[in-house]
Write a protein that binds this ligand. Structure first.
Ligand code: NI
Length: 257
């Protein structure tokens, strides 16, 4: 089985104590490649350093909606400079997150997202989006910015099949994480069954979003196999074939093939 974890944070401090074992389990599970994503300037810089020192990793850089208020001109210039590293294959994770009341205002989030879409367009890089409780506004924002869209990934997809279809029409890949394995996720599972095979991705978002049967624990890239097995079972196909196809898709979206 050859797997690609299209979104994780294995470079973060939660893995400092046992990173070597985490990497060993990853290889054992067949996860040959993975993407690490930043959410502000320091974590983006760290993701780049991590990808530079791990051949199997690619990096994405950007400001998560939670940190949208830090995405000023100087920060955008720093991202532009960082993107010169050949391991930087996307802008992300960026987007809209209305879940937490403490997050920056919706206007601030939208402004940061649009500025980073413009940067991605300038650099010809795809975008990895984080969208929580904000699908309708995200779809509107993308439609408004249509000439500047460079494609990319709707990471840890959390919507229905109807919403997935809107993102597919805009040219995006849909990536599923742990929640698709949960028992009470019929809408998400319906989306995972219907997304065309050539637009489907799998991820862990580790250390978050641990899938069944390890739900509630610290997640790690090796667990992407559970996401793969679940979606394969839902679609009535061979897990090995789904691993192959999603790996191919991840390579395509990150410009590795
Ligand atoms: Ni993430």
């Amino acid at each position: 089985m050859e797997l690609f974890d299209s979104h994780c944070h294995v470079d973060e401090t939660q893995f400092d104590a046992d990173r070597a074992q985490v990497h060993a389990r990853m290889l054992q599970a067949g996860v040959g490649r993975f993407a690490v994503l930043g959410s502000d300037l320091p974590t983006s810089r760290h993701a780049v350093e991590y990808a530079l020192s791990h051949e199997s990793a690619v990096a994405a850089i950007g400001f998560h909606p939670e940190y949208a208020d830090r995405c000023d001109e100087a920060s955008l210039a720093a991202l532009r400079e960082m993107a010169k590293a050949p391991c930087v294959k996307a802008i992300g994770e960026i987007g809209l997150d209305y879940h937490w009341p403490d997050n920056p205002s919706r206007e601030t989030q939208a402004a940061a997202c649009e500025a980073q879409i413009a940067l991605a367009c300038e650099l010809s890089l795809p975008v990895a989006y984080h969208v929580r409780d904000a699908h309708m506004d995200m779809i509107d924002l993308l439609k408004r910015n249509k000439p500047r869209l460079t494609g990319g990934i709707m990471h840890c997809f959390s919507g229905s099949w109807e919403i997935a279809r809107e993102y597919l029409r805009l040219g995006y890949y849909i990536s599923f994480a742990g929640p698709v394995t949960f028992k009470k996720a019929p809408k998400l599972q319906e989306a995972a069954v219907n997304v065309p095979l050539d637009r489907l991705l799998i991820e862990t978002d580790s250390p978050y979003m641990a899938p069944e049967p390890v739900r509630g624990r610290r997640n790690e890239p090796a667990n992407v196999r559970y996401v793969c097995e679940k979606i394969a079972a839902l679609r009535g196909m061979d897990a090995e074939e789904l691993a192959r196809v999603t790996t191919e898709n991840a390579c395509r979206v990150y410009g590795l093939c």
